[in-house]
Ligand binder design. Structure first.
Ligand SMILES: Nc1ncnc2c1ncn2[C@@H]1O[C@H](COP(=O)(O)OP(=O)(O)OP(=O)(O)O)[C@@H](O)[C@H]1O
Ligand SMILES: [Mg+2]
Length: 389
């Protein structure tokens, strides 16, 4: 059994140039390498280190490795790295798979501190169909956690589920009582994996769902549900809380039994939230700053009145400026108007208008013998002193 790390620049399998170690797990190491048979394209090598030096044991380990790898090679899903092949060299067993250019959610969380409920729901929406796909083929992931979900750097691409350990499938075959693997080592991470998996080594579809819910809570709060009273977390809606609670039941038969059931529950939750956000509803979307209703309404009213206030002040300002500019002319205008009035008072030499016809009487108001007022002088007339009708 060889356990030393393969140095950078080593060519393994006569083809893969080791670039760096990406991770070191309980059963082996993960390397980034360049495939010399594919124009140096990046790929991932996962090394399986059987925990035995016994030649018979090693032979058995290799057989199981091949058998389980074959099952995993059947997985074809755009959100699962493609499995390219296996090979062995100097007693080391390798699996070759597609390289995902991105970051795992553990790293993202360290960079971001926390994810919002909406982001976590979007992540679940993206991961659940992958679980549905693998469970239908009787394959369980057994190790769903933030470091086994990757977001490609191209944000238009959906998250990818990694770390489908061949080893984990080997464990599932029940050979963990043999000397090949240490029987006390359970697959799954404490804090994420459900009790039946950690204590009894059992796995059901609902076991992966449990681990997915733990992952969701970790991304929301920075803590796993076993160390946090997560239900009272302020950024969690009642509806989402309900779904997570059911995914996290201790007894597997009390949880959702399939990924499809969780998808349906999340969809109906989305419907509820949408209906609560309809006009007239007081529900504020989660993770947004909550403004108390009284302040909110005052702010809204003031906000609505502001444009009118601004318009009124503008009119006042224009009128004020107008008055200020025209003020030197006001006496002139007044004197001209005064002249007009005086002119009007002097008798006119116009012929008197004929008496109104009977038809006119109906529409023309009586003048009581007074002269009918002539038309008012126009502005132009006033300003230029031409006030004749
Ligand atoms: N296909 C991949 N493309 C890009 N990076 C990967 C890929 N697979 C794994 N990694 C990176 O390497 C890290 C470790 O890999 P992985 O999760 O497969 O193994 P592990 O958790 O260290 O080991 P174990 O299989 O024993 O649990 C991941 O968290 C991820 O950052
Ligand atoms: Mg991992």
């Amino acid at each position: 059994m060889t356990t030393t790390e393969i140095p950078q620049g080593t060519l393994v399998g006569n083809r893969y140039l080791i670039q760096q170690v990406l991770g070191q797990g309980g059963f082996g190491r993960t390397y980034k390498a360049y495939d010399q048979h594919r124009f140096g394209k990046p790929c991932v090598l996962k090394e399986f280190i059987p925990r035995t030096n016994n030649p018979q044991g090693l032979q058995k380990a290799q057989e199981l490795f091949e058998r389980e790898a074959k099952i995993l090679f059947q997985l074809k899903h755009p959100q699962i790295p493609e499995f390219f092949g296996t090979f062995s060299e100097n007693g080391r067993l390798f699996i070759v798979q597609e390289y995902v250019d991105g970051k795992n959610y553990w790293t993202l969380l360290r960079e971001r501190q926390h994810f919002s409920e909406a982001e976590v729901i979007r992540l679940l929406d993206a991961i659940l169909p992958i679980l549905d796909y693998i469970h239908e083929q009787n394959i369980f992931h057994r190790d769903i956690s933030p470091d086994n979900i990757m977001q490609p750097n191209n944000l238009n691409q959906l998250p990818v589920l990694i770390d489908f350990g061949v080893v984990k499938q080997i464990y599932a075959t029940g050979i963990n009582n043999t000397s090949l693997l240490e029987s006390h080592t359970r697959v799954g991470k404490r804090g994420y994996a459900p009790p039946e998996q950690m204590q009894l080594g059992q796995c059901f579809p609902s076991s992966d769902l449990y681990a997915l819910a733990s992952t969701a809570i970790f991304l929301l709060t920075g803590k796993t549900p076993n160390v946090l009273a997560w239900e009272s977390h302020p950024s969690l809606s009642k509806e989402f809380q309900k779904v997570l609670k059911k995914m996290l039941k201790d007894k597997p038969n009390e949880r959702y039994q399939s990924a499809k059931e969780v998808i349906a529950a999340l969809q109906s939750q989305a419907t509820i939230q949408q209906s609560q956000q309809l006009p007239g509803s007081t529900k504020v979307p989660n993770n947004e700053v909550t403004v108390p209703p009284s302040i909110a309404s005052v702010t809204t009213t003031a906000g609505q009145a502001f444009p009118y206030l601004l318009g009124f002040l503008t009119v006042l300002l224009v009128v004020g400026i107008g008055v200020a500019v025209l003020s030197p002319y006001i006496p002139i205008v007044c004197s001209v108007l005064n002249n007009c009035v005086q002119n009007r008072k002097t008798p006119q030499t116009q012929p008197s208008s004929p008496p109104p016809s009977p038809t006119n009487l109906e529409t023309t108001p009586p003048t009581n013998g007074q002269p009918t007022p002539s038309k008012l002088p126009s502005c132009r007339d006033v300003l230029f002193g031409d006030c004749s009708p």
